[in-house]
Design a protein around this ligand. Structure first.
Ligand code: ARG
Length: 458
């Protein structure tokens, strides 16, 4: 490709360290799409003759058929996907193939191909996340009234509903989707035509190639165009945040599936056994979702550190941009699919959740709120009175609702019989009707909005 300048070929190890074909072959479809757009533009601007463009176009079609049918044969001497395509084109159509590379460089080519690839990756993740949201919303709708303990510090805090808990993850995934959508909007400018770094002397039409590849327009600065990898970092950062959410949900499933909790059971097809302990059902898929989040964060860090010291414009370090993005994408796609499968098929144990919700004096806040509302007690004082009631119940080894009225009146004379209406876990959740609260009616309202947004209305 640059033989004119060199008397000798590269050393074997140079070839090896230089080659990216082992991974950038994944860009082949996008490379062909970008070449077709470039070729059509060159022909329209009469930079390449119509006759030559037709020959080259046919060659590109053949290459597409070949790669589609049998993949591509890697030749380490042909560094990357761009050179593989160009070399095959030359074999197929002869020297006219060399005209395709007019007014472009591999620097703008790889920047364009990679943007196209990341754009597809974003669309794929987005679709997967919408499926996960639908799974969460569907299970939440079935459990809008199911009482479970809400935790802070993993200590029973207040009763909540399972539907509310699942919808919390729906919200987190909604933010992830909006981060991916932001990344897509920023990504969608076309670097093709920036050439090596300074633009080109040929009368190209960058607006046209950008539009034909589905971009919103061309990038504005040729130096930035070939050295910008923000779009890959945006993707990796959004992927990392999303993976963190999946990991937290995975952790909940792991805890919930443990015997002391026994809130859920994973179906056989999402569990593994142990080779030595016949009774074991292990939540491996959830553990791997949790584990993959660490690897995805590692991919993000890898590219951050690759980019941090690079001067303008292109440096070969940037060839290392692709493996972390590909790896993160594969791990994330698998994690999203596995999580959707688990959410779809988990068995919940509402009776165990309710029992746990009724432990740890979870309605203590309701007693304090009752004192404020019904007896006009300032909240701080009510908190203190309730603390004394909890201490008494603990001594007697009973629940708050099992303390007699005399017992409660002994603590504070303003407590009346109406208090028992708020001390059950059902009454507690039903009372939390503030916007976004855990009351079943609130949860159902949020579910209805989510269903509409996800196109789940029939
Ligand atoms: N294989 C290279 C990459 O992935 C293509 C760009 C090569 N450009 C260059 N100036 N050597 O980044």
């Amino acid at each position: 490709m640059w033989g004119g300048r060199f008397a000798e070929g590269p050393a074997a190890v140079m070839r090896e360290i230089n080659a990216s074909i082992g991974f950038d072959k994944r860009l082949w479809r996008h490379d062909l799409a970008a070449s077709r757009a470039h070729l059509a533009m060159l022909a329209a601007k009469r930079i390449v003759s119509a006759a030559d463009a037709e020959i080259i176009g046919d060659g590109l079609d053949r290459i597409e058929q070949e790669f589609e049918a049998g993949g591509l044969t890697e030749d380490p001497a042909l560094e990357d996907i761009h050179m593989h395509v160009e070399a095959r084109l030359a074999e197929l159509v002869g020297p006219v193939a060399g005209r395709l590379h007019t007014a472009r460089s591999r620097n703008d080519q790889v920047a364009t191909d990679f943007r196209l690839w990341v754009r597809d990756a974003i669309d794929a993740v987005e679709a997967g996340l919408a499926d996960l949201q639908r799974a969460l919303v569907t299970r939440a709708a079935d459990h809008a009234d199911t009482v479970m303990p809400g935790f802070t510090h993993l200590q029973v805090a207040q009763p909540v509903t399972l539907g509310h808990h699942l919808m919390a993850y729906h919200e987190m995934i909604a933010r992830d989707r909006s981060r991916f959508a932001d990344a897509r909007a920023r990504l969608n400018r076309c670097p093709l035509g920036a050439a090596a770094l300074g633009g080109t002397s040929f009368p190209i039409d960058r607006e046209w190639t950008a539009a034909s590849l589905g971009f919103d327009g061309p990038t504005a600065n040729s130096l930035d165009s070939v050295s910008d990898r923000d779009f890959a970092l945006d993707y990796l950062m959004a992927a990392t945040q999303c993976a963190l959410h999946l990991s937290r949900l995975a952790e909940e499933i792991i805890i919930w599936a443990s015997q002391p909790f026994c809130f859920v059971r994973l179906p056989d097809d999402f569990s593994t056994g142990s080779s030595i302990m016949p009774q074991k059902r292990n939540p491996d898929a959830a553990e791997l979702v949790r584990g993959h989040a660490g690897r995805i964060a590692g991919c993000m860090t890898a590219l951050v550190i690759t980019m941090k010291g690079l001067p303008l414009a292109y440096s070969k370090d940037m060839q290392d941009d692709k493996p972390p993005v590909f790896e993160a994408h594969d791990l994330l796609a698998l994690s999203v699919a596995a999580m959707t499968g688990m959410i779809d098929s988990l068995t919940f144990y509402p009776e165990h959740m309710r029992t746990a919700a009724d432990s740890g004096f979870s309605t203590a806040t309701d007693l304090a709120d009752w004192l404020v509302r019904e007896a006009g007690v300032p909240f701080r004082e009510a908190h203190h009175i309730t603390g004394a009631a909890v201490r008494r119940a603990e001594e007697m080894r009973v629940r708050l609702a099992e303390l007699s009225l005399d017992e409660l009146r002994g603590i504070d004379g303003r407590i009346g019989p109406g208090v028992y209406d708020v001390l059950t876990v059902e009454a507690s959740v039903a009372s939390r009707t503030s916007f976004g609260g855990t009351a079943p009616d609130q949860v159902r309202a949020r579910i209805a909005e989510a269903r509409a947004a996800l196109g789940m209305e029939r």
